[in-house]
Ligand binder design. Structure first.
Ligand code: BES
Ligand code: ZN
Length: 622
């Protein structure tokens, strides 16, 4: 109300509420970062980055004197300020109490200086960095370091305004041992030399969560003039094959939504402990090696990270409440790319899988977490990938596409990207664009009630378009006959099945199966020991729930090698359901945790601790 009043009076006001970021201490309406210059030394022995971060800031609020930054577990040694870049003056600063989720507020008495230089070092336990000894890498020769800044981990390796509502350009000088290569989400040089001194520049303004660094024994191979793969040498060829369609994909998205605005588009293959499937670091998407299955069946992840070059990196959610504007729009574009490059049938198969698994997850998710236009939940961090932002977001856009027609909707999205390029946006901005640019094209095509149901409602609106696939129906048919005992699983019938068909067969099996059926299934689909994580994350939990122990050695081998959370958490969750499984999970975790990223360690620990609490206490809490 007061906000409306202020707007109405024509007074310059703070940004509307929805832009406010609950996960940052920064005060971007008062002072804003314009540029960041990093000078860091990479110390593998001490597991630390040490050096300086120099921020160029613009003071917006005439009354502001202090610069407030986000940090987590940083040791700040001094802060200097300057307004001409020549004379620097040491200034006072204070580091606030550490909050479990958002870290510590750094308040600098900057007195309106336009440049502020923070000297600091990171903690060996920095939440946004994984330090790996040589023996944990593919090659086993050089140590490896990588960052994962999204959602709020940039603050664990750089003191900054760690909110997606603030964008800035950056440059960096990174010193390393001479045996390794450093790469960033910036202008990497394919012909780099290992001289221990690397310089980078990102000339487009980006939000903090897109700052990224990787250091290791990395080699480059081109795929097209503007893209290629960085990986440890022993992984390089496999990756070049798997991602061979990258140029085709770029051309598809450009045709739909306008030019690729970032120059080069390269990929970096991380060690298997990378906690995500992929991360859209600008100019250099980070990718899990678990997609390298040899048949390009999991390249949806590639299409996804590429699509973020438009939805997310170009047009960014202003706060994590509006994550669907990054992830939902991207998941929609991902599917369009799959359709254009691999055909309508595969795209529709993926839609069926997505819709079914979303509906299943919604059955058990709290109502407040089922909304696209989300509200921040106190005490909850923004790191858990919610299927709602991804899959409900995608479904919403598919519904709009059906109602308005593809050509009209494509033109709308293209304009959305063009008009908002290099800015941060909210769901309210999206709604305003729908009302001004899309709805008038076909008045009445969607009602206000439907729009509200999609954005603020729980579940999925009844009128949502439902995907269907004949190939998956054939899989359903075989599954049903097999379960009824009227058909055997013939390896010859199943051999041509794609990853997606196999996944679908597994997804809709009963909670448990008798041993004889598990053995038959394992033989037909070669599941135990599979390199395909999408199968492993479904097969192993099924065997665990069924009390079938013969897969245990393969389970250990899988969770030892792979640290991607989405793939291993279902296994840990299935294990902790019984006392025996819990004991096994604890033993295994104690052995393999040194391989994991700090975030993966935290996730597994949470599941183990929760399962170890006395049953009565747990029930009281729930
Ligand atoms: N940007 C996300 C990863 C992310 C989201 C990290 C939120 C931290 C907070 C990335 O683009 C992503 O969505 N990765 C997915 C793969 C995708 C194909 C669904 C993943 O890692 O599973
Ligand atoms: Zn994504």
């Amino acid at each position: 109300m007061s906000l409306l009043l202020l707007l109405w009076c024509g007074v310059a006001v703070a940004e509307p509420d929805r832009r406010h970021d609950e996960h940052s201490y920064a005060e971007p309406t008062r002072v804003r970062t314009k540029d960041l210059a990093l000078e860091l030394k990479v110390d593998f022995a001490a597991k630390r980055l040490a050096g300086t971060a120099t921020l160029v800031v613009e003071w917006l609020d005439p009354a502001a004197q202090q610069l407030v930054l986000d940090t987590r577990d940083l040791q700040i040694t001094r802060v200097d300020a300057s307004s001409d870049g020549q004379t620097w003056k040491r200034v006072k600063f204070a580091v606030g109490k550490r909050d479990r989720i958002v870290g510590s507020k750094l308040t600098i008495e900057a007195a309106r200086a336009t440049q502020v230089r923070v000297s600091y070092r990171t903690s060996p336990m920095a939440s946004g960095l994984q330090w790996m000894s040589a023996k944990l890498t593919a090659n086993g020769k050089q140590p490896f370091l990588f960052s994962q800044s999204q959602a709020i981990h940039a603050r664990s390796w750089i003191p900054l305004q760690d909110t997606p509502g603030v964008r800035f350009t950056y440059s960096a000088r990174i010193r390393t041992p001479k045996t390794v290569v450093a790469l960033m989400s910036a202008d990497n040089d394919p012909a780099v030399v290992r001289d221990g001194d690397f310089s980078f520049r990102m000339t487009e303004p980006v939000p903090s969560y897109l700052l990224a660094l990787a250091v290791g024994d990395l080699a480059f191979k081109p795929i097209s003039p503007r893209s290629g793969v960085w990986a440890e040498p022993s992984v390089l060829e496999r990756a070049v094959y798997e991602f061979g369609d990258i140029e085709k994909m770029i051309v598809v998205v450009e045709g739909l939504y306008g030019p690729y605005r970032w120059g080069r588009y390269d990929l970096l293959i991380l060690p298997a402990s990378f906690p995500y499937g992929g991360m859209e670091n600008p100019r250099l998407s980070f990718m899990t090696p678990t997609v390298l299955v040899g048949d390009r069946s999991l390249v949806g992840i590639l299409a996804h990270e590429l699509a973020h070059s438009w939805s997310g990196n170009l047009v960014t959610n202003a706060s994590w409440k509006d994550l669907w504007l990054n992830e939902g729009v991207t998941t929609y574009v991902e599917n369009r790319v799959i359709e254009a490059v691999y055909g309508r049938e595969l795209a529709e198969i993926e839609n069926v899988l997505t819709q079914r698994s979303l509906l299943e997850k919604l059955k058990t998710s709290p109502p407040a977490r089922q909304r696209l236009r989300a509200v921040a939940t106190p005490g909850l961090g923004p790191d858990d990938l919610s299927d709602v932002a991804y899959d409900k977001g995608q479904w919403f856009l598919q519904a709009l596409e059906v109602r308005f027609g593809r050509a009209t909707f494509d033109a709308f999205l293209r304009k959305w990207f063009e008009r908002n390029a290099f800015t941060s946006v909210t769901t309210d901005d999206f709604v305003a664009s729908l009302r001004s640019d899309l709805f008038p094209k076909k008045p009445g095509a969607i009602t206000d009630a439907e729009l509200t149901a999609w954005l603020d409602g729980e579940g999925i609106p009844k009128t949502a378009p439902v995907a269907a696939s004949a190939r998956l129906r054939a899989v359903d048919d075989i599954r049903m006959r097999w379960l009824a005992g009227t058909a055997k699983l013939e390896p010859a019938t199943l051999a041509p099945w794609s990853t997606q068909e196999r996944v679908h067969f597994l997804e809709e099996l009963p909670e448990t199966l008798p041993e004889a059926q598990l053995v038959e299934l394992d033989r037909a689909l070669a599941l135990t020991g599979t390199k395909n994580g999408e199968l492993a994350q479904r097969w192993y939990p099924l065997t665990i729930r069924s009390g079938y122990r013969l897969t245990r050695p393969a389970i250990i081998a899988f969770v030892e090698r792979v640290g991607r959370r989405k793939l291993i958490m279902p296994i840990y969750r299935a294990l902790v359901a019984t006392p025996e499984g819990l004991a096994f999970a604890k033993r295994t975790f104690a052995r393999v945790r040194t391989n994991y990223h700090p975030m993966t360690i935290a996730s597994v620990q949470e599941v183990l601790v929760e399962a170890s609490r006395p049953r009565k206490k747990r029930l009281e809490k729930d």
